[in-house]
Design a protein around this ligand. Sequence first.
Ligand code: UD1
Length: 373
Amino acid sequence: MAECGVATRHHVSPTSVTIVKCAPPPTPTEAFSCHDIITYMKKILVTGGTGFIGSHTVVELLNAGYDVDIIDNLCNSKASVIDKILEITGKKPTFYQQDLLNQPALDQLFQTNEYYAVMHFAGLKSVSESQSKPYEYHHNNIVSTLNIIKCTLEYKVNRLIFSSSATVYGTQDSPECFESMTTGQGITNPYGRTKYFIEEILKDVSAGHPELSITLLRYFNPIGNHPSGLIGEDPNGIPNNIMPVIIRVAQGKIAKLKVFGNDYDTPDGTGQRDFIHVVDLAKGHIAALKHMQKGVNIYNLGTGTANSVLELIYSFERISGQKIPYEIVDRRPGDLGAVWANPAKANAELGWKTQLTIEDAITDTLQYLKLHQ
Ligand code: UD1
């Protein structure tokens, strides 16, 4: 199928997609189906496609037969990810090193390509940095999204998937998050508010442009990496999130993990989160892409279960055979005790469900560490 796809990809215009669609079905002996050809020719623009979640989603898009263009300014990722994606999938996405704030460059990209959809991952994402650089976070995340919206409207790319976050739920009465809950209350940092503001902007844009299909995917806590260990999470600077900190401790780069509080109303007193394997998360994007509907559709991407910080540490120790020194310190300001997804809507409407466990995520993380000492 791939070879056939490569042969047709550069020659078939979007008009001829219809012709292929109307052609008689291939015989069972043919190595590909009509559906495969149509899917293959759908080109997806992935912003932030060299980043942690973006790169894993690009792998799933290529494996599902989509054609992929990546735009990324490499502010928190490396161009070498493109070769790793090639090694995993046998296919190389087209890479544009470009900033989304550069509207003329974006215009040129949309002028010269026919995109079926845009998946918008790019954005600054450090909670602590967002507190010391609020202007940069609001400017970068919001203006770059407005630039993407402008292009999708101007060039009639009517499908947009946005990387949102469980952070938009802010403070709620219940730890279990449903898409129907009111969002935006009690978000404790500028990064989180950019996610909330962008959701609201996209709702306004949708109301004025009913031709658009917009999907907001609210991620819970992604961990792990591709089982090959070739791509993974490699944040610049000091990490905030739990798994990158555990990795730094395992590598001996940080002496001790600080556990932020053991007096929460949870079984062992430490924070509980819905840790989702990034490969499951990436697959959620493919499911969302295949089920895009007009208007704004919102889905939680999570497992529906929660594990505590101590459970994560102990699982890591058990699977790696390595001690993770830790100490209990004060709560981190702005943290919540327990948060998990109710993923029923994504399960039912997208036909998507997580398949992998935190043990899988840890095993895959160890493979990444083996290759990236
Ligand atoms: C955090 C952000 C959230 C963002 C998400 C991205 C805050 C308040 N929230 O969520 O806006 O969308 O990351 O993935 O920062 N922990 C430790 N020690 C550490 C690091 C974390 O004990 O060194 C604990 C935390 O207290 C928490 C759990 O681990 O209980 C998960 O923390 P983290 O990975 O930072 O994710 P969130 O706090 O859920």
